[in-house]
Design a protein around this ligand. Sequence first.
Ligand code: SD4
Length: 343
Amino acid sequence: MHRRKLLKLGSFGLGALATHKLFATGFSGHAERKPIVLSTWDAGIEANKAAWKILRENGHALDAVEQGVMVTESSQNCCVGLGANPDRDGYVTLDASIMNGNGDCGAVAFLERIKHPISVARRVMEKTPHVFLVGSGAQQFAVEEGFPLEKQVLSSDAQKTYDEWLKEHHYKPQVNIENSKGQQAFAPSKLSNNQWNHDTIGMIALDGHGNLGGSCTTSGMAFKMRGRVGDSPIIGAGLFVDNEAGAAVSTGLGEEVIRTCGTHLVVEFMRQGLSPRDACKNAVSRIIDRYKNTDKIKDIQVGFIALSPKGEYGGFCIHSGFNYAVCYADTYNQLINSEFIYK
Ligand code: SD4
């Protein structure tokens, strides 16, 4: 295991707050570990705990990644799930995808009033001959499957940030560009809980049987155009998993990830023999190359995390500020500051 800088070890015993604030920087795991779970951003610490409960009991990676991100979807203090920021017309619309290492996958997009889009995505995978349902059709399917239709109300945090945004309603599609306090550089800095300040959680896991699985769930982009869908529910863009080559999930400006088929690219780099860290770095570089000799890249953040079939892991992003949580023991659930290209 190579460690550039390890500040402290998180532990379940010390509780959520303790683990939440501890960071290691530029860390990637070259050791082979099984089981293991990784997820994007600081909300990943709590999500990993739920996933780990399943993995430690020899459960399946697919169950772990579903149960893990459901924790984040349930949180009212988070920009994921129904507590999230709305689109520019004031509606929360959610996207999610799930994928098994054998290639089975399911996704939903532009889904409204359903608390757990990730579970609807799993039902699409398991109960239909399709991969992707969207909008009112996805909602109809969810209701038929017994998911309750929730009220269409914004959380108090989301209402505050939306009211603030409405004052100028400047349309600037931007995600995850952080200010010096680790807050996004636009309205969500008004959130009462700045630590849960991202719109997405992506999770990838390797279980004790050697199965990989991945999930991704998001409200997309705060104050987006109505109907806008990003990378997260698109297999090969926001999420890709293959037991033979590896798993990857992304966060950041979805349009750039879609243009490069980002996570498929990461997994294909791993298939060619690159480590998870180097595969993520190469995919990030592919995005940057499009903007060579322009200053556009300053407004574009993308981060990838990846896991090999042996349990080696890594991550990389364009701008500093991205972090991810790694858990592979009862006593190890730690936030890692991703390596980046631009400070
Ligand atoms: C999207 N990739 O919809 C998502 C946004 C995101 O943290 O990752 N936010 O483009």
